[in-house]
Ligand binder design. Structure first.
Ligand code: HEM
Length: 424
């Protein structure tokens, strides 16, 4: 299980069925890939569940932001943050995204004819977009400081999530100390950005401004600095690695399917020609969206989500006791033959509007489901469409032969050794 948690859970399902208990000491974990069971936990009876224990480790970095908080506090924050992702604001954010992506495509031009790691490249561009969408007016130096410290603290937390026993050696070998130092830098830069913005008379079209100006329904007050900082760090962390991995895996699939690339290029030509898409074009790029949906089916960036029961519950004869954990296995659901014919095959035609309507609820859930559905789902989809269009307009990608491409399921599902490609 420690070696490859994803194949472990997938293998167990083949042996034990779609809902089974994991033999873990001192706690009861029920794993499931049953769409209806997941719907019960994430939506229909969601009030009986809170985020699972693993989210406590994430709190070391994300504080009490949207991803890690629970109950009334979470609900208050969600109501406050939701309008930032409404259509009008997304349109503003899309413009920031377009400008940042264009700069990145220029940078990538310099690497034409060389071997690149597409996973690393996608991490760089989505991080740039996330940072500019959060803090549009920060200096390059500050954005780099956020990026570097964030990368370091995320690595620390990932290592701890993978192996909780590392806490002890980390306190002795200096890694905990380094983590605290990196968190100090991260907090300092984000707090400075908040303070500058509070002083500034100018309004900026970014998430910091939207979240800063939002008011709580009951008190009409705004978020304090600490809470704003937690939400900014949460958005950055939740928002860039997920999209980066989805893009990297999708481009790797596309490199093996030139016929799908040709169909995408035909759509791009018909909708925008050689220009980057505008906000109004996104809906017209329907096939590109199907490709992304299918990419996230085969490689869901968030491969599983867990919930802890607050009280006893029952789902179709499965007894769930208070404190039991229900682990919703998104990866497994997306690979079920009874839900997806030829489930291993990359086939974007599964995601035409009619076919999506006919899918059982919660059989496809890359963004989770119920009230805690990803708040950034529309942001992520338009970002991924924009990047794919820009890349296909300019470049061809060829997989470097003989490399080992493997999945590593940390907080997100990433390529363990990267994905090397010749950029043409
Ligand atoms: C392909 C990209 C993305 C994927 C696959 C993804 C996936 C998810 C999933 C599965 C959840 C639910 C977790 C759970 O229920 O335990 C979630 C929550 C969340 N995501 Fe995303 N996400 C993506 C992009 C983004 C972006 C771009 C942002 C922000 C700009 C974002 C911000 C959040 C936040 C704040 C939450 C917590 C929402 C809440 O509990 O109220 N995500 N995401």
């Amino acid at each position: 299980m420690g070696k490859n948690i994803l194949t472990h859970f997938y293998g167990q399902e083949q042996k034990l069925g779609t809902t089974y208990e994991n033999p873990v000491p001192f706690m009861r974990i029920i794993s499931t890939s049953e769409p209806d069971f997941m719907r019960h936990v994430l939506q229909q009876n969601h009030r009986n569940y809170k985020k699972g224990k693993s989210y406590d480790v994430l709190k070391l970095v994300l504080g009490n932001g949207l991803v890690t908080s629970n109950g009334k506090f979470w609900q208050k924050q969600r109501r406050l943050a939701q309008p930032a992702f409404h259509k009008k604001n997304l349109e503003d954010l899309f413009n920031v995204m377009g400008a940042t992506a264009s700069e990145y495509f220029e940078e990538l031009e310099t690497k034409r004819g060389t071997e690149i790691d597409i996973a690393r490249e996608m991490m760089a561009v989505t991080a740039k977009i996330a940072l500019k969408s959060l803090f549009s007016d920060n200096t390059e130096e500050d954005l780099n400081a956020v990026y570097n410290s964030m990368t370091a603290v995320q690595r620390y937390v990932s290592d701890l999530l993978n192996n909780p026993l590392l806490r002890i050696p980390f306190s002795i070998n200096g890694r905990k100390k380094q983590f605290k130092k990196d968190m100090g830098v991260l907090n300092e830069v984000v707090l400075k950005a908040i303070a500058n913005r509070r002083k500034s008379k100018e309004k900026h079209p970014d998430l910091l401004q939207m979240m800063m100006d939002a008011t709580y329904e009951d008190s009409n007050e705004q978020m304090n600095d600490q809470q704003l900082m937690d939400e900014m760090i949460t958005m950055f962390s939740a928002g860039h690695e997920t999209s980066a991995n989805a893009l990297a895996w999708t481009i790797h699939l596309l490199a093996k399917h030139p016929e799908i690339v040709a169909k995408m290029r035909a759509e791009i030509q018909a909708v925008v020609g050689d220009n980057l898409p505008g906000f109004q074009n996104i809906r017209q790029l329907a096939y590109i969206r199907q490709v992304i949906d299918e990419g996230m089916r085969l490689y869901p960036p968030v491969w599983g989500i867990s919930r802890t029961a607050l009280g006893d519950d029952e789902y179709r004869g499965v007894k769930i006791k208070k404190d039991d954990v229900v682990f919703c296995l998104i990866y497994n659901a997306h690979h079920r033959e009874d839900l997806y014919e030829n489930a291993k095959e990359f086939n974007p035609d599964r995601f035409t509007t009619e076919k999506v309507k006919a899918m059982p609820k919660m059989s496809y859930l890359p963004f989770g489901g119920g009230p805690r559905l990803c708040i950034g789902n529309m942001f992520a989809l338009m970002e991924m469409q924009l990047i794919l269009v820009g890349l296909l307009q300019r470049f061809d990608f060829e997989l470097v032969k003989g490399q080992n491409i493997d999945m590593e399921a940390l907080v997100t599902l990433r390529p363990r050794y990267g994905i090397k490609m010749n950029l043409k």
